[in-house]
Design a protein around this ligand. Structure first.
Ligand SMILES: *Cc1c(COP(=O)(O)O)cnc(C)c1O
Length: 341
């Protein structure tokens, strides 16, 4: 039995999802004639109360498109030092949009409205023009932490007062929503643009969606085309997204429960120095000085358990749709044995 906890992107479509995909009605989406893609976009736009949505092959492309829509070359984006757009999108913000990132030294990937105010450049010609604030919910490198919606509202206010765009990288927004009971419509009201992933916790093989009102989304199609993201009979993929939104959102709670249980077991291991608070489906923990990171990962791999290192003796595990009860019980047994050593 392979137990793959490297990421929630390793999921494969369930049989019911595959059936939904095979039954999809499709057309050429470049002519905007794929009824299933159109249905998914309408569905996600409606969920957020936004005027427009666009289906993307990846979350990276959805975020990169948002940055392009909000900025001009030479301008600056405010984000956390842990931000996916800064760390894990191959320098795309500078490559695609010619912008730099002003990094906030936040807490687990989150920051305050006050820190945003401090990060906005003065309105003098020799500074880069600040044009966008970007946040991530849940935070990836921050260990799946969920934002406090009150802080998001305060940042929205700062953006409004300073004429800044506000983008949410909501790759795992679904996890935040089921954990906090915040409403999806609330999020739609506060952000100018939001990207969401269908291929993480929701279990689709491919796909992300970017939403926003018509004005900001006006050039989204063109930008996606420039980035090479036009797809043709993409309805087969969109059908997976529709299925996932209808069937795989509330069950994320189960992933969170399992992650919290893993976190609690890890605190009992002598080789573990600390475990970051587990709020959703990501567990980040740090090994003791004496414990070699590669060896720890290899020892688990020898027992068909796969996790990833994040550098500096930090390791990550992510629970997901394909990590079932049997795997979970087996993994907890193994951790128990390690604790007794
Ligand atoms: C996974 C992820 C993305 C998008 O990743 P893709 O692999 O391009 O789909 C964006 N933001 C965050 C926080 C992520 O975890």
């Amino acid at each position: 039995m392979n137990i793959d906890l490297r990421s929630d992107t390793v999921t494969k479509p369930t049989n019911d999802m595959l059936t939904a995909m095979m039954q999809a009605e499709v057309g050429d989406d470049v002519f905007r004639e794929d009824p299933t893609v159109n249905m998914l976009e309408q569905k996600v736009a409606d969920m957020f109360g936004k005027e427009s949505a666009l289906f993307f092959p990846s979350g990276t492309m959805a975020n990169q498109t948002a940055i392009k829509l909000h900025t001009n070359p030479g301008e600056q984006v405010i984000c956390d030092k842990y931000a996916h757009i800064y760390n894990y999108e191959s320098g795309g913000a500078s490559f695609n949009s010619g912008v730099s990132c002003k990094l906030i030294d936040g807490n687990r990937g989150m920051f305050t409205a006050k820190q945003v105010i401090e990060a906005i450049n003065p309105d003098d010609y020799y500074y880069s023009k600040t044009s966008l604030v970007e946040i991530e919910n849940t935070t990836n490198k921050g260990g799946g932490a969920c934002w406090d919606f009150e802080e998001i509202l305060a940042i929205r206010q700062v953006c409004a007062e300073n004429g800044l765009g506000f983008h949410l990288d909501g790759a795992r927004l679904w996890n935040a929503l089921v954990e906090t009971n915040d409403s999806i419509a609330q999020y739609g009201k506060v952000f100018d643009t939001i990207s969401v992933c269908l291929s993480k916790g929701l279990g689709c093989p491919v796909g992300s969606v970017l939403v926003g009102d018509a004005k900001i989304m006006k050039d989204a199609l063109r930008v996606r085309k420039i980035f090479g993201g036009n797809m043709r009979q993409a309805g087969y993929l969109a059908a997976a997204g529709i299925y996932a939104l209808d069937n795989h959102v509330t069950r994320l709670k189960e992933d969170h429960k399992k992650a919290k249980e893993i976190g609690a077991f890890l605190t009992q291991l002598s080789v573990v120095k600390s475990v970051e608070p587990v709020e959703t489906n990501i567990v980040i923990f740090e090994l003791n000085e004496a414990m070699d990171e590669k060896k720890f990962v290899q020892d688990l791999a020898d027992q068909q358990i796969y996790i990833i290192g994040m550098g500096n003796k930090k390791l990550r595990m992510v629970t997901h749709l394909n990590y079932d009860d049997t795997m979970h019980n087996r993994f907890l047994e193994i951790l128990k044995k390690l604790a007794e050593k």
